[in-house]
Design a binder for this molecule. Sequence first.
Ligand code: LLP
Length: 431
Amino acid sequence: MLHSNLTVNEEGHLVIAGIDSTMLAQKYGTPLYILDEDRIRKNMRLYVDAMHEYFGRGARPLYASKALSFRGIYKIAAEEKMCVDIVSAGELYTALSAGFPAKDMYFHGNNKTDTEIRYAIDNRIGYFIVDNDEELDAIDKYAAQAGIVQDVLLRVTPGIDPHTFAAVNTGQVDCQFGISIETGQAARFVGNILNKQHVSLRGFHCHIGSQIFDQIPFCDAADIMLKFIVDMRTQYGYTAEILNLGGGFGVRYVETDPQIDIADNIRLVSEHIEARCNELDVPYPVILMEPGRSIVADAGVTLYTVGSVKTIDGYRSYVSVDGGMSDNPRYALYGSEYTVHIANRMNENPDFLCTVAGRCCETDALIQENVMLPHPVRGDILAVLVTGAYNYSMASNYNRICRPPIVMVSGGKDRIVVRRETFEDLTACDM
Ligand code: LLP
């Protein structure tokens, strides 16, 4: 199977972390998100241990909670000693309401509103990742009002294209996030921050993209960032203490994706940074990373029920299921590849070529094309693997479809951590 937490039992059913998926579909209904808690904890520990071992004890892994945000995930992150990256007052509120310490939060985003900035400062958030002039002024103002000096990192664009899909490349110069090193604007901006009374610049941040399968783009980014650290030392006599290299390690969605050893990649990045620091004569910075996808993606599976199988003679066969782009918009948005199975007939011959369609009312609302399955029939349980990241967090109520619940499995037990939406939820804001 694609990941070690997935097996097939004697009845030919897909088993997730030791639990029969068809039993979960029956117990909770479909569509259904399943999350393997032990896998999430294992992925978090992998980062915590590898970063401490190779970058030093001060290194901090931040879980990028845009990948999957609900109260329970912040509790797990706190228990596993991860800090978190948040990008909105909504994520901040969710984390706070889960008891996650504000001091371990890093607030990202290219347009934080005044209300959000004040809310974060009132709650004494650890860090802002500053993105623009207006935000800097607002942080300085509200920090002054609160009588504090606010720690910040500056987000810069190192001008790197990590050769993954365009929608998630965020390290290039021409992009709405961060400030460019190449144009000289980042250097000037450092001067602005250093002049602020109520803001303390602790270091620099970059994020180059997503679905990265080796250490090279991170090493390239580190080179540019370390040179920038040296340039800022020369220009302002300021030495950055923290270097945040962002997220982006890839996960295996389909058999053809590589399986990467993240700890080994971290080791290689660390060796590279150490050599470069020696060359440039700068102190080894406190390294932060912000994994999102590689923490939660392979912990998730989505279950659907097949409703119809329609073969258009001379064209293709559509298998329609009871969810779709409302719970997973990634194929519609990016053409993302997924592995799909009939969970109740795992041992049968997958000899039927089909397109899996959701139930939303538009032609491109597909879950996957060119899938080989044993001929599906109404009532079969269809499983889409590796849906833990950017599925629930990107879900919508399009077509007034209720969002599915999340069932967490751990140690052979299952429990609801996000309940299924109801029709009352759908109309709760309607006046
Ligand atoms: N840090 C920053 C500043 C980011 O912008 C992101 C992701 C991350 C960390 C986490 O990256 P990860 O480790 O998850 O690759 N919706 C898209 C992904 C967008 C990612 C945006 N930023 C998708 O479904 O593939």
